[in-house]
Design a protein around this ligand. Structure first.
Ligand code: ZN
Length: 147
């Protein structure tokens, strides 16, 4: 188990040091800002939705390793998916990191955040990007806060 934990740690650090899709999309269809005051994480998520499919997704921001790695992995996970699939994925991911019962869905790389459930304050870091994505898809334009 500790070897797996080490691997997960390394993957989180890798995505923190070289985040994927960390840029602004100039012509995106929706975007939102998120803030986690507890940790100081700030993020902007840009999404380009065409015919109900997330054609492109990116983020910018500054935050801790968990929030940055989570945003990076989120963009990889939802790109090319439909908006409904992205909502469903967030539910499963949320269950994973809060330790709630879940089915046998394969979360792929997102499984590296399973250890976060032992640190309740970190759950907010890991879900910030996802809450911000949801806000962007709702197009309500307001800033999301985890508090
Ligand atoms: Zn954080």
């Amino acid at each position: 188990m500790s070897e797996l934990q080490d691997l997960y740690q390394q993957m989180i650090l890798d995505h923190y040091r070289s985040p994927r899709n960390c840029r602004q999309i100039d012509e995106c269809s929706c975007s939102a800002n998120g803030h986690n005051p507890l940790c100081g994480d700030r993020i902007a998520v840009y999404v380009d939705v065409v015919d109900g499919v997330i054609r492109d997704v990116s983020f910018e921001g500054s935050g801790c390793a968990i929030s940055t790695a989570s945003a990076s992995l989120m963009t990889e996970a939802v790109k090319g998916k439909t908006v409904e699939q992205a909502h469903a994925l967030f539910k499963v991911f949320h269950n994973l990191i809060t330790g709630e019962a879940r089915g046998d869905e394969d979360l792929g790389k997102l499984e590296i955040f399973a250890g976060v459930r032992q640190y309740p304050t970190r759950v907010k870091c890991a879900t910030l990007a996802w809450h911000t994505l949801e806000a962007a898809l709702k197009e309500d334009g307001s800033e999301v806060s985890t508090e």
